[in-house]
Write a protein that binds this ligand. Structure first.
Ligand code: ADP
Length: 485
């Protein structure tokens, strides 16, 4: 298909050259010839009329001798490179510039007929067989007292005119050759700068269509084609990365599903074949129940992430009191905190602090952050949730004095399924999806979340939300502290 396009251009180029030559060789050559004949005929006729009005008339009126006219004509014809005759009406030669007529021997132009020009003032041919070669002849009558006394005839060899026409034609040929060479240069540049890069791009597109996303396009240019190939390359990279992510994701999901399933299967088999005695069944059934909890959590997490990622996340923004949400999330951890001897301390700005966001999603963010803080805190420590206001932004932070997150892991914990080595021993049920969900929700709000953490000291997650205008209606400002909810 694309080969044919190039072939068409080449064929068009050669056809252009061929037709150019045919046109110059036929049409233009004929036009040039005709033009040259007419032009010379016009000049010669003017000369013939001048001779007829002067020398020839004087000759017939016997005002000048035949010898004088003969010598004048000889000089003139030599100058004009022509042959000048003066004939009487019947065709007898009176004057011949090439050869003075012999008075003893009459020279007659046989069948001479002045109407040969057929309404024109010139004719081409052998002029009544007087010449062996083709000549251009112009005929001007000599009149005296309203009678035709004779004719002035001037002949010019057609070969002479053709020479002039040929030299004019040569210019056309040179122009055509120049045009062809120029278009050949354009064709060369087109091939080098358009056709070849396009071929590379098409080859790359074919490779991408076949699934080879690691194929590189070798078009490094600053123009539109360069931009197109860079965009294609970028697209291929993105697809390749997405494919890699997909593979990693599926590998992680399979792994995370397989381990609880394997352990559940192990316990159930052991109970069935009697390895676990019946009195221990209850204990192991609780373990299996725990594993099903983990699987449910994993599935829910995946579903939530999938909804967030597929662009299906439409935020239901409302103005709500973030302090109230924090209090209720903290309250839901009351039991867990008590069993782990943890305290949640709330440092909230104002009694009520309205933000504009999606209430349910922010609740989930807070839940995930507090859940992590609780999981990774050391007993007898404190978890602090704090809100601060700065202009139109509200900062919400969750601080714990737990195991902390190593520097190298701090960028990675936002990835799906990522868990730090430090935390593995402490939290076997974690899915590694919590923070991915948090990040997606905060991103969807066009807000930011950041982490400050020191290994062995603790971590602080802080995210921002947009302050609601509703706050301006409230006047009870001031720090509100609630250590025990
Ligand atoms: P998980 O369900 O495993 O908690 P997350 O995405 O919420 O998944 O967290 C990912 C990993 O980040 C955790 O497994 C843990 O290694 C680390 N992490 C998250 N929050 C904390 C924290 N407050 N203290 C220490 N490590 C944390």
């Amino acid at each position: 298909m694309r080969k044919r396009l190039y072939l068409r251009i080449i064929i068009a180029y050669f056809l252009f050259g061929l037709f150019g030559f045919i046109a110059v060789a036929t049409v233009i050559s004929r036009l040039t010839n005709d033009y040259c004949v007419r032009d010379r005929a016009r000049i010669l006729y003017r000369e013939a009329v001048r001779i007829s009005d002067t020398y020839a008339t004087e000759l017939y009126n016997s005002a000048v001798s035949l010898e004088t006219v003969q010598s004048q004509m000889e000089a003139l014809s030599a100058y004009m490179d022509t042959e000048i005759w003066i004939l009487n009406p019947s065709g007898r030669m009176i004057v011949n510039s090439r050869r003075a007529p012999d008075p003893s021997e009459e020279t007659i132009v046989e069948n001479f007929d002045s109407t040969i020009t057929a309404g024109n003032y010139y004719t081409t041919g052998s002029f009544f067989d007087s010449f062996d070669e083709e000549v251009l002849s112009v005929i001007a009558p000599i009149t005296s007292r309203f009678k035709i006394r004779g004719y002035v005839v001037i002949h010019l060899p057609m070969a002479e005119i053709r020479r002039t026409a040929d030299s004019m034609l040569n210019i056309s040929y040179m122009l055509l050759v120049t045009l062809l060479v120029l278009s050949l240069i354009i064709l060369f540049f087109f091939t080098e700068y358009v056709y070849k890069p396009l071929q590379h791009i098409i080859a790359a597109a074919e490779q991408y269509a076949l699934g080879n996303m690691h194929y590189r396009i070798s078009v490094e240019r600053e123009d539109e084609l360069g931009y197109l190939s860079a965009s294609l390359g970028y697209m291929a990279d993105t697809i390749a990365r997405a494919e890699d992510d997909q593979k990693k994701f599926i590998a992680n999901v399979s792994h995370d599903f397989r381990s609880p399933l394997t352990s559940m299967r192990g316990f159930l088999e052991a109970m069935l074949d009697g390895t676990i005695p019946p009195e221990r069944h209850e204990h192991y059934l609780r373990v299996v129940l725990g594993e099903t909890d983990r699987l449910t959590k994993l599935t829910n997490g995946l579903l939530t992430l999938n909804n967030l990622n597929t662009g299906g996340l439409i935020l239901q923004r409302t103005d709500f009191d973030i302090n109230a949400v924090i209090r209720s999330v903290a309250a839901s951890f009351e039991q867990t905190c008590r069993s782990r001897r943890l305290q949640i301390r709330l440092i909230l700005t104002g009694r009520i602090l309205y933000v504009n966001a999606d209430l349910e999603k922010i609740q989930q963010v807070l839940y995930n952050l507090v859940d992590n803080a609780v999981k990774f805190s050391r007993p007898d420590t404190e978890i602090t949730i704090e809100t601060t206001e700065k202009g139109e932004t509200v900062f919400i932070s969750v601080r714990d004095s737990g195991i902390g997150i190593p520097k190298d892991d701090q960028k990675l914990i936002w990835d799906r399924f990522y868990k730090t080595d430090l935390s593995r021993g402490k939290d076997k049920k974690g899915t590694g999806l919590g923070l991915s969900i948090v990040r997606e929700i905060i991103r969807a709000h066009d807000e930011n979340i950041n982490l400050v953490s020191t290994e062995g000291v603790g971590s602080t997650f802080t995210f921002t939300l947009r302050r609601s205008d509703k706050n301006d209606e409230l006047d009870d400002r001031g720090e509100f502290e609630n250590a025990d909810f």
